[in-house]
Design a protein around this ligand. Sequence first.
Ligand SMILES: Nc1ncnc2c1ncn2[C@@H]1O[C@H](COP(=O)(O)OP(=O)(O)OP(=O)(O)O)[C@@H](O)[C@H]1O
Length: 257
Amino acid sequence: MKMALQIEDLTVNYGEFTALDKVSLEFQQHTTLGLVGESGSGKSTLARVIAGLIPPNEGQVILGSQVLGKKRSREQHKMIQMIFQNPDSSLNPKHTIRQILAEGLLFHKIVDRAGVEKRCKELLTRVHMDERALGRFPHEFSGGQRQRIAIARALSVEPSVLIADEPTSALDVSVQLSMLELFNMLKSEFNLTMLFISHDLGVIHAISDNVAVMRQGKLVEINSKEQFFSNPKTSYSRELLSAVPKMPMSNTSGGIS
Ligand SMILES: Nc1ncnc2c1ncn2[C@@H]1O[C@H](COP(=O)(O)OP(=O)(O)OP(=O)(O)O)[C@@H](O)[C@H]1O
């Protein structure tokens, strides 16, 4: 299978503190890598480096066959998009949903001005929202709907890689489930390669093809989902799994939620 993204020996220091310590990973095209690890293990830092939001002190990110330098081109930036736990961080409260979606479409010349309205409507449909949302403002929507708008915004520029950092953590369980279904659907529709961060192993089970585990800035395990949940490689992963209360079996969590 082709590699969509590779990261090699990524290291990030915050002053004396090493938040990422020579992390290397490969992402096969059109797969989802679930990233788990305790709070402070470096998951968000890794996500932000891959998305180009913070530069690494060492190491590199390779997208397809291109090494992404410290200053990414406009095209390189658009290819890796990120979604956050709080959608408000990427939605300008003073802009209508139309303006929010149109911005990236025009900036990256995905469509011309005449094509914007149609494309905005299509994007909303893809995230299962009504096109009448276009004239409204972010505060007029629920948290789950705002997250859908943030997803539509990220996908508007046609990225090849989507990074989602705890995108369902702030949502009710019922909304979480429909959001996970949406991510799985969009992964196929948009041919995405995904990095999905969650502290919830039920969510990781529902969304991932492969699972990576971080601890204290280091990658301690990378495994297929099946192997991770049935036969993890490290005692740390076994600890993580055993810390999860056993719940009645469900379709999404395989008993771990
Ligand atoms: N800008 C910063 N300056 C200094 N230290 C930072 C900064 N950002 C993160 N850190 C530290 O780096 C470590 C890794 O943080 P990071 O947010 O990547 O962890 P995480 O695994 O995503 O945690 P969580 O699950 O709680 O979000 C933490 O100890 C954090 O306090």
